[in-house]
Design a protein around this ligand. Sequence first.
Ligand SMILES: NC(=O)c1ccc[n+]([C@@H]2O[C@H](COP(=O)([O-])OP(=O)(O)OC[C@H]3O[C@@H](n4cnc5c(N)ncnc54)[C@H](OP(=O)(O)O)[C@@H]3O)[C@@H](O)[C@H]2O)c1
Length: 387
Amino acid sequence: MNSPALSLRHNHFLNGGSALASGIRLPRSISSSSTSSSPFRVRMSLQENGPSVAVVGVTGAVGQEFLSVLSDRNFPYRSIKLLASKRSAGKSMKFEERDYTVEELTEDSFDGIDIALFSAGGSISKKFGPLAAQKGTIVVDNSSAFRMDENVPLVIPEVNPEAMAHVKLGSGKGALIANPNCSTIICLMAVTPLHRRAKVKRMVVSTYQAASGAGAAAMEELVQQTREVLEGKEPTCNIFNQQYAFNLFSHNAPIQPNGYNEEEMKLVKETRKIWSDKDVKVTATCIRVPVMRAHAESVNLQFENPLDENTARDILKNAPGIVVVDDRASNRFPTPLEVSNKDDVAVGRVRRDVSQDGDYGLDIFVCGDQIRKGAALNAVQIAEMLL
Ligand SMILES: NC(=O)c1ccc[n+]([C@@H]2O[C@H](COP(=O)([O-])OP(=O)(O)OC[C@H]3O[C@@H](n4cnc5c(N)ncnc54)[C@H](OP(=O)(O)O)[C@@H]3O)[C@@H](O)[C@H]2O)c1
């Protein structure tokens, strides 16, 4: 018997809609925005001369967002293959008004595939990424598996598109391209335009990271725990090992011998690679907060050259993919809710760091939807650069 059909946005914690059924009213900004979910705005991007595309991990938080972004941006494709684990194989999923069957990821999945978007975890990427590349597929990988491999470009299209200039679609040669960590993407989207003007010497990042960063199951756990705590019950802790609702804690990534967790060290190492600057000083503290979707980051900057706050604000206003929300009079600054399901990264609280001399230091506050710009959108933008 066939499994029940999954709609494109089957996971109600990703679209907010049926989360009402769980007793939690998710805000409108979480439930809106996707053009693909509206019957009047569906775009058909099926084109004979487009590449053949595979989405690996299609049933997950990022995988579902891949489909949304591909559709929203009218990404041309000749065919699309939806891949996940054996558990999901055979399920039916709607994409751009057509029904597809989710297939189990196997070694044969990439025959004839031009571009594969991977979001099924590091071990899957390590096993299947190189295999796909050998078959001539260009793999855009969302996991951390290849990010620090010096032969693999680590790309934010607005920041370092030149890193993948040698990768060409249609050359018959496969390749791996890595998507940076979501916190790194959101941070560098805001900081790079300032870095280009005044050169960052040192950056101190403090993150406030949402449940969605840990996948669809973590979002469900936050909703469930919230309900349980409000009902006076013991919260169920399956994904995280402690209470998440009405709490916050140090990021759940493993702690390294130097005391930093892996998420923090990704910000340090990936910044250096993306900026091709092995000397830039970066330190980070990453915190998981009980926000459903979209990360926030407080970033303190020290520059080599002076940069006053008004010039910095003007630079940010003109930067691609950035929206400035910096209304001191009414105390309105970026929030995770307002960037949820949005492509742009929001920046505010732009102010001179009073602990540094002259105009050599700035503080900013950044919010970005890490499933979108921090993962799926960035990967699809990389794929667009191949067209
Ligand atoms: N969430 C984010 O904001 C974010 C941001 C940047 C990068 N990433 C990275 O993206 C990846 C996925 O994250 P996510 O948040 O989307 O996780 P998720 O919601 O847990 O989804 C995981 C996906 O991987 C699939 N999968 C698991 N085991 C598999 C197997 N053996 N073969 C094929 N597919 C398999 C799952 O399929 P089934 O449904 O069949 O199990 C599901 O589609 C991770 O590497 C993560 O680090 C996530």
